[in-house]
Design a protein around this ligand. Structure first.
Ligand SMILES: [Zn+2]
Length: 452
């Protein structure tokens, strides 16, 4: 497939060309131990603020400073207009969602893009293996986006075919959301026609595309929304509306792909790089954590395998990627980031994401070895030191206010509780007249160059 390449993780015995950073065993043990202590004590912490905050119209899944002139001009070139900015962000988030084909942690997907005047490289990372079906789909997506971008003529409109491909690719997730939806819908007689179509999808008489299009119609029907919100309590109607939004995703993705190809320069030549995930690791407990002796629950969490999350796979790959200087400073993610990934992303300062759910996972880790240039080794070490400090302070906090669990999905609904009252943008730009332009905030950052 000419448009898609799979990038394996470097084997353990790789002889790296550049510098190498190795995760010191004692630091790995300390991070794992502190994360397990926090997880057991109270997994939910205050969600980190992100660039976009929890936007009501955002339907996603369950949250060394170098300011040389050259990188600054690249930054200005990347953030051209607010329209292009949101087109790119939407493209990355929708793509991450559609590649997260199963409701399972291993399928959580992170995307990023590097734009050049005449070509675009899109990267995607997840822990689940990339399949032939993923490669075929992305090869088709690239072919169609290239044609749209070069204003090519089509014998027939390619979009209906693309919608069908995306819907079929998303079938495992569609099945999950249909099942969850029907469980709720059988309690009351609401949107009965759609419930019938959902059962038809389960029995094979309604196609994936037909189901997705029906969900799209239900979601825009005020009458349907009214029926749901008046028949169910807030929690249940929120779940129903969220499932309907998830079922719509193939259509939203199709629109986002089309918009990106039309509005963003470079899509006339598109390549996908699919990063494979790291294997799970074991961590040795820290023998004398400063937070005191370990209890059974903490030991139980510590014994579980540790995973490198998709966001960490992506940013550590980009740290050493030659083209990363041109990377768009926003990562698409199929759900909100966790507390620890959020802190790493925030500390590195290269990227924004759409939300953080604030949970600390004991099964979290970073790669054991990274090929990094000298300056990057220093940056990475400072980041890990900062994370140790954050974890230390979270693990030993005396006052831990009870926090309501935050949904990891970024799907928000009109009845969902508003978690974040402000975001970094609103707190950073005090003048309300400027708040309408989030791109002002994004471009107010000095570019942190991650390529060198
Ligand atoms: Zn994470």
């Amino acid at each position: 497939m000419e448009h898609v390449a799979i990038v394996p993780v470097p084997p353990k015995d790789t002889k790296f060309k550049n510098g190498v950073w190795l995760f010191p065993t004692e630091v790995e043990s300390e991070i794992a131990t502190l994360a397990a202590i926090c997880h057991v004590k109270q997994q939910q912490r205050g969600p980190l603020r992100t660039a976009t905050g929890a936007k009501r119209d955002d339907w996603s899944d369950d949250a060394e400073l170098s300011s040389d002139d050259e990188s600054a001009s690249i930054c200005a070139a990347v953030i051209t207009t607010e329209e292009t900015l949101s087109t790119k962000m939407s493209f990355l988030d929708r793509l991450a969602e559609i590649l997260c084909t199963k409701k399972h942690a291993h399928y959580v997907t992170c995307t990023s893009m590097i734009t050049y005047p005449d070509k675009v490289t899109v990267l995607a990372a997840r822990n689940a293996s990339w399949t032939d079906a993923d490669v075929r789909l992305l090869d088709d997506v690239a072919t169609i986006m290239e044609q749209i971008a070069s204003r090519g003529t089509f014998d027939m409109d390619p979009m209906p075919g693309m919608r069908k491909k995306l819907a079929n690719h998303y079938i495992p997730r569609l099945k999950y959301h249909v099942q969850s939806l029907l469980k709720q819908l059988e309690r009351h007689d609401v949107i009965a026609g759609f419930a019938r179509d959902c059962r038809g999808f389960q029995s094979g008489t309604v196609s994936a595309l037909a189901l997705v299009e029906l969900a799209d119609r239900v979601s825009s029907s005020q009458a349907a929304n009214m029926q749901i919100t008046t028949s169910y309590d807030d929690g249940a109607s929120s779940r129903i509306l969220s499932d309907i939004q998830c079922i719509r995703r193939p259509l939203l993705t199709c629109d986002a792909l089309y918009d990106a190809a039309r509005r963003v320069d470079g899509f006339q030549q598109l390549q996908f790089l699919l990063l494979t995930g790291y294997k799970a690791k074991e961590a040795t407990p820290c023998t004398s954590p400063s937070s005191g002796p370990l209890n059974e629950l903490v030991e139980c969490q510590l014994a579980k395998p540790k995973w490198v999350h998709a966001e960490i796979r992506m940013i550590t790959y980009l740290l050493n990627y030659d083209g990363a200087r041109d990377a768009f400073r926003y990562l698409g993610i199929s759900k909100k980031t966790c507390f620890l990934c959020g802190h790493i992303i925030q500390k590195l300062g290269n990227f924004n994401t759409r939300g953080n759910h604030g949970k600390i996972y004991s099964q979290w880790t970073i790669p054991s070895a990274l090929e990094l240039r000298d300056k990057k080794i220093e940056t990475w070490e400072l980041t890990i030191k900062y994370l140790q400090d954050v974890l230390q302070s979270e693990a030993t906090r005396k006052e831990l206010p009870h926090l309501q669990a935050v949904k990891e999905s970024t799907v928000t609904t009109p009845v969902a509780p508003q978690i974040e009252r402000s975001n970094v943008f609103t707190s950073h730009i005090p003048d309300p007249r400027l708040r309408e332009r989030e791109s002002t905030w994004l471009s107010s950052f000095s570019m942190r160059d991650i390529s060198e």
